[in-house]
Design a protein around this ligand. Structure first.
Ligand SMILES: Nc1ncnc2c1ncn2[C@@H]1O[C@H](COP(=O)(O)OP(=O)(O)O)[C@@H](O)[C@H]1O
Ligand SMILES: O=P(O)(O)OC[C@H]1O[C@](O)(COP(=O)(O)O)[C@@H](O)[C@@H]1O
Length: 312
């Protein structure tokens, strides 16, 4: 079983708008709604790929009920901790040019008692899981060490922790040596406090994280693909097929899902990378985040190019 942990789930609303202008009234052409937050997107893609998955996290209020209902409709198993606050809405407004503007609510405030229940649930689910995937931002009230605590707890029980978050929460969690991390390039820049990064500088930071004990590192680069590195095995640049993206929100989550599905099926290192990149590209072709078409992955898989890098 694979567990996905979303500490800050959301209802993802996508608005199609002709033109977005600050200070103006906008009439929405089309609205779509989906259960979201990064870990929930990962769960949706894993489910599509035929993996046994449970989505957990902290969920509350009417939006929380709605997220559970939407997951039930998709036949995705979930086991969330209820909290007293209201789960958030995340808006993605896409204009006629295909440019997306995201507005992400902060999410509810979490009490110490609610956090304790989350840790207990994570420990229980980890005992039944081969992989536990942690994705997304932290809701209010949680310490930046939240992922560090969960990664430590999960890996003590023998499951492998995969982490996709940003900022101080990411830096703190490195101390717990997650099995895999997947920041995008902007997140790496933010973590290092750097505006620009050369390929060599990315290589240096990958080395540093491997030395910390992280086995797999993927730095995703949007339409340019990803740099993927495995400790003691070297690094690759994975280049996706060229596509006309519809909505790339959730491509990072789809990448993580494809990668973990490959690992769970004991696929080769190259196959895991190709699956991840194919899933990211397949997601970018869909209106809704995390709703990939499996046939597309089969189509894209052989089109993903792998180039050996000498950065590590
Ligand atoms: N426009 C695109 N065309 C092809 N592949 C894409 C596109 N956008 C994303 N991908 C694939 O999805 C992966 C994750 O996307 P990225 O935007 O880097 O992640 P995040 O959503 O975390 O910012 C990329 O590494 C790439 O393989
Ligand atoms: O938890 P965060 O970091 O606030 O992000 C939430 C948003 O991220 C998403 O999961 C999309 O993430 P990616 O585009 O980075 O894959 C949306 O579904 C959601 O609205």
């Amino acid at each position: 079983m694979i567990t996905t942990v979303t500490l800050n789930p959301a209802i993802d609303k996508t608005y199609r708008i002709r033109e977005l202008k600050c200070g103006r009234i906008h009439r929405v052409q089309q609205v779509t709604e989906a259960p979201g937050g990064k870990g929930i997107n990962v769960a949706k893609v894993l489910h599509r790929l035929g993996q046994q998955v449970v989505a957990t996290g902290l969920i509350g209020g009417y939006n929380g009920q709605r997220i559970c209902h939407l997951l039930d409709e998709m036949h995705i198993n979930h086991d969330f901790c209820r909290v007293s606050g209201e789960s958030r809405l995340c808006l993605n407004m896409i204009d006629d040019q295909g440019v997306g503007t995201e507005v992400l609510e902060p999410g509810p405030a979490i009490s110490p008692a609610e956090w304790k229940r989350m840790k207990d649930k994570c420990a229980d689910l980890a005992k039944q899981s081969s992989f536990v995937v942690f994705s997304g931002s932290l809701p209010l009230g949680l310490d930046q060490s939240a992922y560090q605590q969960l990664v430590h707890l999960v890996q003590q029980s023998g499951a492998k922790a995969v982490l996709d978050t940003s900022g101080a929460a990411f830096r703190a969690a490195l101390d717990a040596c997650p099995f895999m991390v997947k920041p995008n390039l902007d997140e790496v820049r933010q973590i290092l406090g750097a505006n620009m990064l050369t390929r060599e500088e990315i290589g240096q930071v990958i080395q540093e994280w491997h030395q910390h004990g992280v086995e797999w590192i993927a730095v995703s680069l949007g339409a340019e693909g990803a740099i993927v590195s495995r400790r003691d095995a070297g690094a690759w640049l994975a280049i996706p097929p060229q596509i006309e993206a519809v909505n790339p929100v959730g491509s990072g989550d789809s990448f993580v899902a494809g990668f973990v599905a490959g690992l769970a099926e004991h696929r080769s290192l190259e196959e895991c990378i190709q699956w991840a990149v194919a899933c990211g590209a397949a997601n970018a072709l869909e209106e809704r985040a995390g709703e990939i078409v499996p046939d597309r992955i089969r189509e894209f898989n052989p089109q993903v190019k792998l180039v050996r890098l000498s950065i590590t």
